[in-house]
Design a protein around this ligand. Structure first.
Ligand code: HEM
Length: 509
């Protein structure tokens, strides 16, 4: 090949690229879809890759770009392209209300696909009539009287957690030591949800098993998968080390759930009334979700074993990761704000004195300041910082038309840190949730549990669990930070986590 022919080939390729770019430029300025979405403000984007280059990098960078940089630059609604897919992040309460309150926009977005191999078409992911029928079936599992029956579990597991933290404290010379509370709380939340969902004790706080390790690890594996888009290809995934590990974890997770389902089915077959004492499992007067599902399954006619497994796995995931995030961030903000921790402690002293008795449903209404602290934690550190819906039919929100096929992303962290609604948003101030302060605030300005027909089904469970676990911890321990501890690096890892742990100095009261 002569130098001349190389030059000609280069010119031809360059010309083709220029023509392709011009063709693309004309297309995005004339096609009805692009003309419509380009009315929404947003960063410039490239052919094929869209805005991917700007969001590539660590998970902390991703969160920062979506929830802080672009949300501040463009406001309550903006438009980006992930590859060629149009993605519309929103954080304005008025716009979120339109979408979340509608029965038409209940289908989830593209990011949930990584969860399908684990959770199948469980309540979190399913859509349309399947979702409607399951939601109706599962709602009674969160009835007040059933939640009440789990108070004992919340207390029991909180006491075990206190024992473990107390032992760690004692291992330090002055009874006061630094520890990452996140893994400790994860195991406590796992024990709680396992008993509530499956009626089974796994003793995650005191023992270890392949199942416990697998539930702990699967969230990390799915997050790692998100970060490597080439692993969306099932062949590449199945050949990769991560894909192999994921398959092994899924085998363990599904195997365990199936075993519990079969065992519980056998027990229930022997009983006429599943709500009476259950000596075989040691769980009295409780109706775990699994019993409700088995009862409704009509021997497989209404729900197959796999349907039941999907729902149980969904509750195992949604019910432990989210509350762990909330409980850990709560302890962090307490440590950072000693005056507020002291005020919460005084409220607990007034209710419980120095007694070590359990926290009961009767105590809960008296723990108002604690509740405001929990709500303020979920404002600053929402466990689910973002979620999605797919637009199936063209949708008008505010002055913008969102064409079918787009994904709407709800930026909960950005919404909760909007200075126009929450002045000094980075200041932890539980008084924002005092009764007088809430009056007049837009009902969709604060939505940690989402809102509308597809809101969190476990909201009341989570709030009750948190109040019991946190009151038990605060009554017994004081939480502080070291002046040289690095501040947490926040990132969306299925839930809002700190990439460098939640390291606190803990001592007995
Ligand atoms: C602090 C604790 C929690 C927070 C902040 C939280 C938040 C949320 C949010 C924002 C959603 C909507 C997600 C989306 O649309 O993609 C959701 C859905 C859901 N949550 Fe929670 N959650 C918490 C605890 C729980 C617990 C303890 C359970 C179970 C016991 C649970 C079960 C579910 C389920 C099954 C869904 C799907 C509901 C549906 O689509 O119909 N969550 N949660």
């Amino acid at each position: 090949m002569t130098l001349y022919s190389v030059f000609v080939a280069f010119c031809v390729v360059a010309l083709l690229l220029v023509l392709a770019y011009i063709g693309w430029w004309i297309y995005i300025h004339t096609s009805p879809f692009h003309v419509t979405v380009n009315r929404i403000p947003g960063p410039k984007y490239l052919p094929i890759v869209g805005n991917v280059l700007e969001i590539a990098g660590g998970l902390d960078h991703l969160l920062h770009t979506f929830q802080i940089k672009w949300a501040q630059q463009y406001g309550g609604i903006y438009r980006i392209f992930v590859g060629t897919h149009c993605y519309i992040p929103i954080s304005s309460p008025e716009l979120m209300e339109v979408v979340l309150s509608s029965q038409k926009t209940i289908d989830k977005g593209m990011s949930y696909s990584e969860l399908v191999p684990w959770l199948g078409q469980g309540l979190l992911i399913s859509s349309g009539d399947l979702w409607r029928s399951r939601r109706k079936l599962l709602t009674p599992a969160f009835h007040f009287s059933i939640l009440n029956s789990f108070v004992e579990v919340f207390n029991e597991q909180s006491r075990i957690l206190c024992g473990i933290i107390g032992d760690i404290c004692q291992s330090f010379a002055d009874g006061k030591g630094e520890m990452d509370v996140y893994p400790l709380i994860t195991r406590c939340s796992l024990d709680i949800i396992c008993e509530a969902a499956m009626g089974t004790k796994i003793n995650a706080q005191t023992e270890t098993s392949d199942y416990i390790k697998a539930v702990y690890r699967i969230g990390q594996v799915i997050t790692e998968q998100f970060q490597q888009p080439w692993l969306r290809n099932s062949t590449i995934l199945s050949l990769s080390a991560l894909g192999k590990e994921r398959n092994q974890l899924l085998k363990t997770l599904h195997g365990f759930t199936e075993e519990v389902i079969n065992h519980r089915r056998e027990i229930l077959k022997k009983k006429e009334d599943i709500e009476v004492d259950d000596k075989e499992t040691g769980i009295r007067n409780r109706l775990p979700l699994l019993d409700l599902l088995l009862k409704a399954s009509e021997g497989g006619k209404v729900l197959s074993n796999q349907d039941i497994r999907n729902e149980i796995d969904t509750f195992m995931f949604e019910g432990h990761d989210t509350t762990t995030s909330l409980l850990s961030w709560f302890l962090y903000v307490m440590a950072m704000n000693p005056d507020i921790q002291e005020r919460a402690w005084i409220e607990l002293q007034n209710e419980f004195g120095d007694s070590e008795r359990d926290c009961t449903q009767e105590d809960i209404p008296n723990l108002k300041y604690l509740e405001c602290c929990i709500k303020e934690t979920l404002r600053m550190y929402p466990s689910v910082p973002a979620f999605e819906r797919t637009v199936q039919e063209d949708l008008q929100i505010g002055k913008y038309l969102i064409p079918a096929g787009c994904t709407i992303g709800f930026l909960i962290l950005a919404a909760h840190r909007n200075p126009e609604i929450f002045p000094d948003p980075l200041v932890f101030n539980p008084e924002r949730f005092f009764q007088d302060e809430v009056v007049g605030r837009h009902p969709y300005a604060y939505v940690p549990f989402s809102a509308g027909p597809r809101n969190c089904i476990g909201q009341r469970f989570a709030m009750l669990e948190s109040k019991i676990v946190l009151s038990t911890l605060l009554r017994r321990f004081k939480f502080e930070t070291l002046s040289n501890t690095k501040p947490p690096i926040i990132a969306n890892q299925l839930v809002l986590k700190s990439m460098n742990g939640i390291n606190l100095v803990v001592s007995r009261r």
